[in-house]
Design a protein around this ligand. Structure first.
Ligand SMILES: Nc1ncnc2c1ncn2[C@@H]1O[C@H](COP(=O)(O)OP(=O)(O)OP(=O)(O)O)[C@@H](O)[C@H]1O
Ligand SMILES: [Mg+2]
Length: 268
């Protein structure tokens, strides 16, 4: 049995210590736009942490800080003990971000999309890469798609290809940005099951950014809710059944008010 503190490589079964993330007083401004204001939280090794929040609240920006694609205005992000922004961290810790858009290369087949990273990083010889790619496609029930191009796939298939591509990187940290957006409820549930089972099987530390309340309540160990650049909630899914903050309650259970529509309140 692999220990909960270790990530098991999906292909070799080799175990490496699961990574932890520490976001410390993270502040991010784009010019005069204050996106993140003194955000502090930790993600424990092997945990599934779901980050929720209204559109534009800074969720994707926060994910980009964790993988070192954005630099803090102040504060810092640590991956284990190492600064997320440093090159050494990105060389030492394999992080896979499943982008909100999928970010598949349209000119490449599904197979070549998956093979790109291991080829560039010379992770294996071509036969080894083939084995990994086909295995990842199998895990995501995508065996028939290797020769297809992204434009030949449905939205749900593209999401799964993006996850399979992340898996081929043999990550110690999986980050998903809106993995269930634009999907029907059954496909959303399937993606949630895949995320949970990948963590269960490989103990990979997992951060999911999502608006999807069902996903958050069913797979999260803990949930954070970003509002106005701050963490308005940080706690267990059960604690969200009766949130004390009215803004958080309204975010989770917005009431449609035809007499006093909120878009008219925004205008005034
Ligand atoms: N590189 C950038 N330069 C300037 N502003 C940016 C940049 N990246 C993001 N922003 C701004 O930061 C804010 C937060 O953006 P972000 O993409 O993190 O939102 P989000 O919470 O992920 O929203 P959504 O749920 O719609 O994906 C937005 O106002 C966005 O316009
Ligand atoms: Mg986003």
């Amino acid at each position: 049995m692999p220990s909960a503190q270790h990530t098991r490589n999906p292909f070799t079964s080799v175990e490496t210590p699961a990574v932890g993330i520490s976001v410390e007083h993270l502040t991010k401004n784009f010019g005069s736009l204050h996106v993140l204001r003194d955000v502090t939280f930790a993600v424990h090794p092997g945990e599934i942490f779901v980050l929720m929040g209204p559109s534009g609240s800074g969720k994707s920006v926060l994910l980009k800080h964790i993988v070192g694609l954005e630099l803090p205005t102040s504060g810092r992000v640590l991956v284990d003990e190492h600064d997320a922004a440093s090159e050494e961290t990105r060389e030492q810790v394999r992080m896979a971000l499943v982008f909100q858009s999928g970010a598949l290369f349209n000119s490449l087949s599904v197979y070549d999309n998956l093979a790109l990273y291991p080829r560039e990083h010379r992770m294996h010889d071509e036969a080894g890469i083939r084995e990994k790619v086909m295995h990842a496609l199998k895990i995501l029930s995508l065996e028939g798609t290797a020769r297809k191009f992204p434009s030949d796939l449905s939205g749900g298939m593209k999401k799964r290809v993006a996850i399979a591509r992340a898996l081929v990187m043999e990550p110690q940290l999986m980050l998903y940005d809106e993995p269930t957006s634009e999907l029907d409820p059954v496909m959303s549930a399937t993606i949630s099951e895949i995320i949970a089972s990948l963590r269960e099987e490989y103990h990979v530390t997992t951060i999911v950014v999502s608006h999807d309340r069902d996903l958050a309540l069913s797979i999260a160990d803990r949930i954070g809710i970003l509002m106005d650049g701050r963490l308005a909630f940080l706690g267990l899914p059960a604690e969200l059944q009766a949130p004390t903050d009215p803004k958080v309650a309204d975010f989770l259970n917005p009431k449609i008010n035809l007499k006093h529509p909120r878009f008219k309140q925004l205008e005034t």
